[in-house]
Design a binder for this molecule. Structure first.
Ligand code: ZN
Length: 480
């Protein structure tokens, strides 16, 4: 019997706000332990939370970016449980009335467009972090109360690699929208994975097994690559799977059972009495909707369509948005947008990387790239020389035409001058000349190279080729 996997993901994302969810403490990674804390985020008695409006906006914005609807009424609830990293002994979250519901996310997968439905996006708070030392443990509450958004997908994913691609697409959108930096090294994105298997064709879902607290996308992929075959093996050997929670042991490369359903928590959710329900006004929603940006996938498709770029170039301009914007500022006037893309990606980006600079530091104006392309196309300079001109443009900021003039780099199309270089090249290389005459046409390229060298790259290569060929053939007839 064939089996298939059914996967849903719960993705937790720290929001990009200046302050925490219920207090004015800084939302900042890497500060010394317990320096961004106050009575509110330490859960001291008698304090009152004040909701961070930017966090509410970012959650609504995420809803819009993920094609969700934004309900007119959302509220916060207390999720009660005890754990040392959570000083209040409850987490404020949105239980039955979340900020965003029923959307979808589309991404490229297996050469087509995959669509994963989004159940909901809700807002909650992060918890502190436990540290275990040799003889004791400590808790850092800097992270306690940081705005955390949870995005829940429907079980529409069917493989480890599909889950991986979904997570990357989600991350791209959130980074683009300015919702989160999604820096995994800093723990800004974490995931719970729900995975079950069932015989192919069966509509009923198998026992749901949850893998908790994944902190990298590659970890999710590896855990599923282990867990899916494990579950199939259990069923194939006549065993039974029960609903349970497991953890991924990365060094060992296995998942381990943590608890089964009998020990599931009862969180005793109830409405948070210290916070008003949230009912967004038209004006507020209008303001949020103005922050909706073009999604990465739409941008990629537009670059391919409008500028006839190959997918790889378009993708480069999606990942590096400022570079893409730079390209776009000249692409509309470019005769060949692909040529402009080549200069921007292969030369400009390389030079910036090499010199550790950014677009803001570039000394020449973007249209100078078009001017440079024009000089090559008109035969004014060779593409070899164009590379040198670009280097000069990058370091000095002068216009390409000026550089060509100042340095005397214009291509030599003067036949007499090229004839002289050709004679010299043939005289200095009797071997290759004889090879060509004997029918080895590749020898012509070598001789052409010599002419380019003699002319310091300035000879018109097409003309040099023609003249060389004529001279060598003439030599054959006269027996020279
Ligand atoms: Zn605080």
């Amino acid at each position: 019997m064939d089996y298939e996997a059914v996967i849903g993901l719960e993705t937790h994302v720290q929001l990009k706000t200046k302050s925490k969810m219920w207090c004015g403490c800084a939302n900042e990674f890497g500060a010394p332990p317990n320096t961004h804390v106050c009575p509110v985020c330490l859960g001291l008695p008698g304090v009152l939370p004040v909701a961070n409006e930017e966090a509410l906006r970012l959650t609504a914005l995420t809803g819009l970016l993920l094609n969700c609807s934004l309900p007119p009424y959302a509220k916060f609830d207390r999720k009660n449980y005890f754990y040392p990293d959570m000083p209040k002994n409850y987490q404020v979250t949105q239980y039955d009335k979340p900020s965003a519901v029923t959307g979808y996310l589309e991404f490229e997968f297996n050469d087509s467009l995959a669509r994963v439905r989004i159940t909901r996006a809700h807002l909650e708070e992060d918890v502190g972090k436990n540290f275990h030392f040799d003889r004791n443990s400590g808790v850092d509450f800097n992270r306690a109360g940081v705005p955390l958004m949870e995005i829940v997908s429907e079980p529409d994913l069917t493989s480890a690699v599909m889950a991986y691609e979904y997570l990357n697409a989600l991350k791209d959108i959130l980074v683009y929208g300015g919702v989160s930096d999604c820096d995994m090294e800093k723990g800004m994105v974490r995931c719970d994975v729900n995975v079950s298997v069932r015989p192919k064709g069966q509509s009923e879902l198998g026992a749901k097994i949850e893998i908790k607290n994944m902190n990298s996308f590659s970890g999710v992929r590896k855990a599923l690559d282990y867990e899916i075959p494990r579950q199939i093996e259990v069923l194939k050997s006549g065993g039974k799977l029960i609903q349970s929670t497991r953890r991924w042991d990365d060094p060992a490369g296995i998942t381990e059972e943590m608890r089964t359903k009998e020990f599931a928590h009862d969180y005793r959710y109830f409405p948070e009495p210290d916070l008003m329900p949230f009912q967004p006004t038209e004006a507020w929603l209008e303001e949020v909707s103005r922050r909706v940006i073009e999604l990465p996938l739409a941008r990629k498709r537009r670059f391919i369509r409008d500028y006839q770029l190959p997918a790889a170039d378009a993708q480069t301009f999606v990942w590096d948005r400022p570079l893409g914007d730079y390209f776009e500022s000249i692409a509309k006037q470019a005769k060949s947008p692909k040529a402009a893309a080549n200069w921007v990606i292969n030369n400009l980006r390389a030079k910036m990387t090499e010199s550790g600079t950014t677009l803001a530091d570039v000394k020449f104006q973007p249209p100078a790239i078009l001017e440079l392309i024009e000089l090559v196309e008109n035969g004014k300079i060779s593409s070899r020389i164009a590379q040198d001109v670009f280097t000069e443009m990058f370091s000095a900021g002068e216009s390409p035409a000026k550089i060509v003039e100042k340095k005397g780099l214009a291509q030599v199309s003067d036949t007499a001058a090229i004839e002289k270089f050709c004679d010299e090249a043939i005289a200095a290389n009797p071997g290759p000349a004889a090879d060509f005459r004997a029918g080895k046409t590749a020898a012509l390229n070598f001789l052409k190279g010599q002419v380019m060298k003699l002319s310091k790259g300035k000879a018109n290569p097409a003309l040099a080729g023609e003249i060389l060929e004529r001279k060598l053939k003439a030599g054959m007839e006269t027996g020279n």
